[in-house]
Design a protein around this ligand. Structure first.
Ligand SMILES: *[C@@H]1O[C@H](CO)[C@@H](O)[C@H](O)[C@H]1NC(C)=O
Ligand SMILES: *[C@@H]1O[C@H](CO)[C@@H](O)[C@H](O)[C@H]1NC(C)=O
Ligand SMILES: *[C@@H]1O[C@H](CO)[C@@H](O)[C@H](O)[C@H]1NC(C)=O
Ligand SMILES: *[C@@H]1O[C@H](CO)[C@@H](O)[C@H](O)[C@H]1NC(C)=O
Length: 197
């Protein structure tokens, strides 16, 4: 049986429709950003770059400290709050090392500040730049966010970067690794980037 001309044209036009739709889907999906950049598509377990570094904060005490201080109080705590240092502001130029040893050769410097901003508990707000200037890494990573000191780990935002870390975005997880009075503390910073270029 010979198909009627009308049914033949309808089947070829539906074939054409199918081809055009497929082509459109291919064009649209290839023009979308990769799924790792899409909203909600980040897998916390799969950063595109990860750095675990130690932050050593050596507080200046007027020159009598047994080390070369790298951070200093620029505004004292206020009387507001309950001895939680509310209002105290510290500026730092701290060494970052690959292991927990203070005297290891720094791989970057952490330059910025933190201040205490909670009346009822110790809580700080950090904003700083990790400055890398070595044969391994050149560039910066910018971090900011709340450090709820009593939590075992705290997530801060990696809000940007330059050089080797161009347009970086991710999470810096803090963990207190050592605390010696008000002279020294060490934080482990587990930096996970989810946008890498
Ligand atoms: C402090 O720094 C100076 C100059 O770099 C160095 O000679 C000295 O040994 C350092 N002192 C301590 C206690 O690290
Ligand atoms: C903060 O208070 C201490 C102790 O009262 C004082 O020695 C220091 O100079 C003050 N620092 C600032 C920046 O006001
Ligand atoms: C201040 O801290 C002390 C000791 O931690 C606590 O007993 C007291 O209830 C606190 N007071 C206020 C007003 O938060
Ligand atoms: C980076 O390191 C080089 C070589 O040690 C030095 O000349 C340069 O001043 C450093 N740059 C910064 C921004 O520290």
């Amino acid at each position: 049986m010979k198909p009627s001309s009308s049914s033949s044209s309808s089947s070829s036009s539906s074939l054409l429709f199918h081809a055009v739709t497929t082509l459109l889907i291919i064009i649209i999906s290839s023009s979308l950003p990769p799924s790792s950049h899409g909203h909600g598509a980040y897998d916390p377990a799969k950063p595109c770059k990860r750095l675990v570094l130690y932050f050593h904060d050596l507080l200046f005490h007027g020159g009598d400290e047994p080390f070369n201080a790298t951070s200093a109080t620029v505004a004292n705590a206020t009387k507001l709050g309950n001895s939680t240092n509310f209002g105290k502001l510290i500026v730092f130029d701290d060494p970052m090392t690959k292991d927990a040893h203070l005297l290891s050769t720094p791989v970057a410097r952490a330059q910025g500040f933190y201040f205490y901003d909670m009346k009822s508990a110790f809580n700080a707000w950090f904003a700083y730049t990790l400055v890398f200037n070595s044969t391994e890494h050149q560039g910066t990573i910018n971090v900011m966010g709340a450090d709820t000191i009593s939590s075992p780990t705290r997530d801060l935002s990696v809000v940007g970067g330059t050089g080797d870390f161009f347009m970086a975005r991710g999470i810096a997880t803090f963990r207190t690794d050592a605390l010696l009075g008000d002279y020294y503390f060490r934080l482990e910073m587990d930096i996970k980037l989810y946008e890498c270029y």
